[in-house]
Design a protein around this ligand. Structure first.
Ligand SMILES: Cc1cc2nc3c(=O)[nH]c(=O)nc-3n(C[C@H](O)[C@H](O)[C@H](O)COP(=O)(O)OP(=O)(O)OC[C@H]3O[C@@H](n4cnc5c(N)ncnc54)[C@H](O)[C@@H]3O)c2cc1C
Length: 403
């Protein structure tokens, strides 16, 4: 009988395993459906190119505990530290990210239109904050930024209609300070000192983002069973029987809940909540091209271009051959491309913030917690967690349950 059975060996599952064992709980097992660990943070070497198959991954955090945690297993010297060079493609122009600070890089007529639109945004006009996703973006950023960038980009990324989207994740969008936007435009320069922490990032000098996974998992391998997908979860009132073979006093899930729905005996009143937990899938396509730019990545909001972001690999992965580019496309928009050197589809990429998703997740987690089945990390909470937040969630969870 295990004390804890963990579903999924991504960064969350590995961190849970590590931290439980550090607390003296050795009777732990991690079941991973794939033949290898790492989940979204896996890397493949293809034709000399370092391809992060879960999409563009960079390490940074505002939590010192996460720097300490990661650097104690993969020392800081093993990383290259970069000042982010990210761009946005708007029509024929490529300008610096973020758009609001770099409007001066557009043509004069475009600058005027963007500035007028930003000045008239609902928030700065003192209008009441709307509770509809599209109206909220208009209110916050003005019509031009909404129509030419935010709306098409997010529609491409999420793959759902704007009216289905909730607004609870939009706090991630910084407040637009109209005076600063005007100032940057007039001085034709942005003030990078005002940017949040992710203006810089770390990337492993070799081996791609997966180096972090491998370093953290080094001592956990004996506790991880790969190629074992969880398909059956039965609770007898005292303990769980998993896949009919493993008994565990408690189960911690780090995999997408919709995939486990059939494995669980769900009461009818929770079925509607499960239906609100949706995720998208991303195709990562590798190409070769002789680029001379120093960009790390570029956002492509144009609705007629299938992919939404592209990455210039050799500009951040020192061990990658020059000329590698990969593009991320929502699976719903993707068409197979024979020119691609490789195309990899994620099993699940982003939890989609559809209307009511958070309440639905709370209902499910409350119901299951009474049965000692918990959810931790990006999928366990069905929340837009980056790797650092997912690891922090795992660490905090273990602290909590071990007192
Ligand atoms: C395109 C993209 C870009 C990103 N960029 C960044 C970035 O730059 N920086 C950053 O910090 N974060 C980034 N993230 C977020 C980061 O990938 C996640 O926060 C992190 O990988 C979450 O780890 P996890 O272990 O919670 O989930 P996952 O890595 O998804 O792991 C879940 C594991 O569960 C397994 N599993 C699923 N179902 C079952 C089952 N039934 N039985 C057993 N196992 C199962 C899966 O195979 C997987 O291994 C990005 C994510 C995406 C999609």
């Amino acid at each position: 009988m295990y004390d804890y059975l963990i579903i999924g060996a991504g960064l969350t599952g590995i961190t849970l395993c590590k931290k439980l064992r550090e607390k003296g709980i050795q009777n732990v097992i991690v079941l991973e459906k794939e033949g290898e660990i790492g989940g979204l943070c896996r890397t493949r070497l293809i034709n000399g190119h370092t391809l992060d198959i879960g999409g563009g991954h960079f390490f940074n955090t505002k939590y010192p505990a996460i720097f300490d945690y990661v650097f104690s297993y993969l020392p800081k010297e093993e990383f290259q530290y970069y000042k982010r060079v990210s761009k946005i493609k708007l029509g024929d122009y490529t300008i610096d990210y973020p758009l609001e600070s770099n409007i001066w890089q557009l043509t004069l007529p475009k600058q005027v239109s963007f500035l007028m639109s930003i000045i008239r945004n609902g928030e700065s006009m003192g209008l009441k904050e709307p509770h509809n996703y599209e109206e909220w973006i208009r209110w916050k950023l003005g019509d031009m930024v909404c129509d030419e960038y935010m709306l098409p980009y997010n529609q491409k990324l999420w793959g759902v209609a704007p009216e289905e989207m909730d607004i609870d994740w939009l706090h991630k969008i910084p407040r637009v300070n109209v005076e600063e936007v005007l100032q940057y435009s007039l001085q034709r320069q942005q003030d990078t000192s005002k940017f949040p922490a992710h203006v810089n990032f770390y990337y492993p000098k070799r081996g791609g983002f997966q180096r972090i996974v491998d370093a953290l998992a080094k001592d956990e391998r004996d506790y991880i069973c790969c190629s074992e997908k969880v398909t059956q979860l039965d609770y007898n009132g005292q303990y769980w029987k998993v896949n009919g073979t493993h008994s565990a006093k408690a189960v911690i899930n780090t995999a997408p809940w919709p995939d486990l729905q059939r494995a669980l005996d769900i009461p009818p009143e929770l079925l509607a909540d499960f239906a609100r937990l949706r995720y998208n899938r991303i195709v990562v396509s590798l190409y070769e091209s002789d680029y001379e730019v120093n960009w790390h990545w570029r956002y492509v909001p144009d609705i007629n271009t299938p992919y939404h972001r592209e990455f210039f690999i050799s500009n951040f992965a020192p061990d990658s051959k020059p000329g590698g580019i990969y593009r991320e496309t929502n699976l719903l928009r993707h068409q197979a491309d024979r020119k691609a050197l490789a195309e990899v589809t994620t099993a699940a990429a982003y939890p989609i913030p559809v209307l009511g998703h958070k309440k639905a997740m709370d209902n499910i987690l409350n119901f299951l917690a009474e049965r000692k089945l918990y959810g931790v990390g990006r999928w366990g909470r069905h929340a837009y967690q980056n790797a650092d937040v997912a690891m922090l969630d795992a660490i905090t969870f273990v602290e909590k349950i071990t007192g």
